[in-house]
Design a protein around this ligand. Structure first.
Ligand code: PXP
Length: 240
């Protein structure tokens, strides 16, 4: 049986354009409104420690405005946990963060940062937030996520998306497939995301145990030419 796969649209890069000039536009809430005209199920934002795109005030603003689930991505720091606890989004995805990176490069170090990630997961979980851990498609990391007590994982599809050859893509796809099936078999809810585009999403969406895909850059880039509503609908057509 295949679980239905839903789409979370990451709107960080709408804020990237706004922050490039320090303007009040493009308005994040207008972006949410366009996305809500589609069947996308969640809105995803990442409050980075360097505040390069999403700003603190955006978090309650989007949370209060959207009628969809809000998935807040955050680093496992007490500052970020406190911000999340003040807003209590339905979902939080804990991600690794390095200031100098262009985007989230690689999954969480669930082995080396075990205590810190477990503390963040517990605090958020006790507040009723469903916590997801963004991890590499690796059995060892899935076992650690289970030990931490996370009900959800998001498998990092960056390595899959970055492959330049069909053989490389197939190899990375199989890693994602194996990891997803293993996680589901031990009772973890499996999401995936990063680097997914209009040409490589279907294969991941077709994995029977994948519940949700979080996609941002490709949709916001496509929206320049067709608008956010159509760009989201075109991605949904790859998923359902
Ligand atoms: N999932 C997580 C945890 C992320 O950090 C990101 C990037 O912010 C995404 C999904 C979306 O990646 P992309 O913008 O490449 O679609």
């Amino acid at each position: 049986m295949k679980y239905p796969t839903v789409l979370g649209v990451n709107i960080d890069h709408v804020a990237t354009i706004r922050q490039a000039r320090g303007t009040t536009y493009p308005d994040l809430l207008e972006a949410v409104k366009e996305i809500e005209k589609t069947g996308a199920e969640a809105i995803t934002i990442h409050l980075r420690e360097d505040r390069r795109h999403i700003q603190d005030m955006d978090v309650p603003a989007v949370m209060n405005y959207t009628s969809r689930r809000l998935n807040l991505e955050l680093a496992a720091t007490q500052e970020m946990v406190d911000i999340a606890l003040a807003v209590k989004p339905s979902d939080c995805c804990i991600v690794p963060e390095k200031r100098e990176e262009l985007t989230t490069e690689g999954g969480l170090d669930v082995i080396g940062q075990f205590d810190r990630i477990r503390s963040a997961t517990r605090q958020l979980g006790e507040a009723g937030v469903r916590v997801s851990l963004f991890i590499e498609p690796d059995i060892k990391h899935i076992d650690k996520a289970k030990e931490i007590g996370a009900p959800v994982i998001e498998l990092h599809t960056g390595a899959y998306a970055d492959q330049a050859t069909p053989e490389g893509e197939q190899h990375e796809f199989e890693r994602v497939l194996k990891a997803a099936e293993y996680a589901d078999s031990i009772g973890i809810h499996v999401n995936a995301g990063h680097g997914l585009h209009y040409t490589n999403t279907r294969q991941i969406a077709d994995i029977s145990v994948i519940r949700e895909l979080n996609i941002g850059h490709a949709i916001v880039a496509r929206a320049l030419f067709v608008g956010l509503k159509q760009a989201t609908e075109e991605m949904l057509a790859q998923i359902v």
